[in-house]
Design a binder for this molecule. Structure first.
Ligand code: NAD
Length: 351
């Protein structure tokens, strides 16, 4: 039996996470996949009920689950300098080392490009993010008022495990191609180490190909001809920018799911924020959260060789494809008139 926790987060998280759970439950029932669902407090509501945005009971319980769904956090509305932020400490604590973000266009939805099908992997425990690279303190400092210094960290272990995950995903896809994005000719040591590990891992995947593209050229090619890419792996800060660029070329935030993966656990989390401007109106697009849950099933299926989880993931993907292609039950941002729960119902009914 799988254990999956449910953390709704803030604002539209309270609307889209239940839709993802609804769809996942429907798919699990079809395949006989047994799941213990564990709701846990997180965010503003948790602060009210437990006195902290990330209560100890949540952290303790997460240690023993296979994965979890996490809604967006309205960090911006939290008090400054209060230790209430959630996402970076959570990724670090549970060593969720890669953020996996598919970028996919649909023929009948507006997008800058068509026929795009890319999976991005962004390393998220090291690199240039000051919150990720140090055990205590921060990776940035200002020795005097004229100089600011930031660090960038790449480790062999960090680069190797994100590259390995990229090749494992590539192996499940038709084109089986991994593009490593770096700038090794300039950042000889940090990007150099990242590139070396990608090349090393590639040797274990003779059925896949590795190409290397420098980050500035990649940013341009992604805008001009994104169809040439299959699986793209890169370091933290480059990935932070390129995954948003990727979401932009296929239609924006509502269509951007994500999965943060570790060695043994994964967290389904959409790219979008908590959208306080539309919260409580029942109009948020549940696509990204539902497909993040779908990715969690797919990952569990692959990592645990669990055919039922893989089947459940495929059912959700096919049902979502149908709902989008029919175009009858879509939320307003996709050009339809359906509510959040009507779109969730339609996907759940088709699994
Ligand atoms: P946002 O993603 O919440 O919203 C940007 C715009 O996109 C808004 O107009 C919003 O209505 C729209 N939008 C977002 N998701 C949508 C959906 N599913 N359906 C339809 N429309 C959608 O970004 P923001 O406004 O910059 O941030 C709001 C809050 O979210 C802030 O507190 C920010 O810190 C937080 N945030 C959290 C995460 C996270 O937890 N993963 C990520 C980004 C931002």
């Amino acid at each position: 039996m799988l254990k999956i926790a449910i953390l709704q987060g803030d604002d539209i998280g309270l609307e889209v996470v239940p839709e993802a759970v609804k769809v996942m439950k429907a798919a699990a029932a079809k395949t006989g996949l047994e799941i213990e669902w564990i709701p846990l407090p997180l965010g503003k509501n948790a602060h009210e009920s437990h006195g902290h945005t990330m209560p100890q009971v949540t952290v303790d319980t997460l240690k023993n689950v296979d994965g979890w769904l996490q809604g967006p956090i309205g960090h911006n509305a939290y008090p400054r300098d209060d230790p209430t932020w959630i996402n970076p400490p959570l990724r670090k604590r549970f060593e969720l080392f890669a953020s996996v973000k598919p970028v996919r266009s649909y023929p009948n939805l507006p997008s800058v490009h068509k026929d795009v099908d890319i999976v991005f992997l962004r390393e998220v425990t090291e690199g240039m993010q000051s919150s990720s690279v140090v055990f205590a303190g921060t990776g940035e400092f200002r020795p005097n008022d004229d100089i600011s210094i930031g660090m960038r960290v790449v480790t062999r272990r960090g680069a190797n495990r994100v590259a390995r995950e990229a090749f494992e995903i590539a192996r499940t896809r038709k084109r089986k191609k991994v593009t490593a994005v770096h700038k090794e000719p300039v950042f000889r040591l940090v990007c150099g180490m990242f590139a070396e590990e990608c090349r090393k891992v590639a040797l274990d995947f003779p059925d896949c190909t590795l190409e290397e593209v420098l980050v500035d050229g990649f940013a341009m090619k992604l805008v001009m001809k994104p169809q040439q890419y299959d699986v793209v792996v890169t370091t933290n800060q480059f990935g932070d920018i390129l995954t948003d660029e990727g979401a932009g070329i296929v239609g924006g935030l509502g269509l951007a799911p994500g999965l943060c993966v570790g060695e043994t656990q994964a967290m389904a989390q959409a790219t979008h924020g908590s959208a306080p401007d539309i919260a409580g109106q029942g109009i948020a697009n549940p696509y990204a959260m539902i497909m993040s849950g779908q990715m969690l099933f797919e990952w569990l299926g692959r990592k645990r060789s669990d055919a039922k989880a893989t089947d459940a993931a495929q059912r959700i993907a096919r049902s979502m494809d149908r709902v989008i292609a029919e175009g009858k039950v879509l939320t307003g941002d996709l050009g339809g008139k359906a509510s959040t729960s009507q779109m969730g119902d339609a996907v759940a009914a088709g699994v």
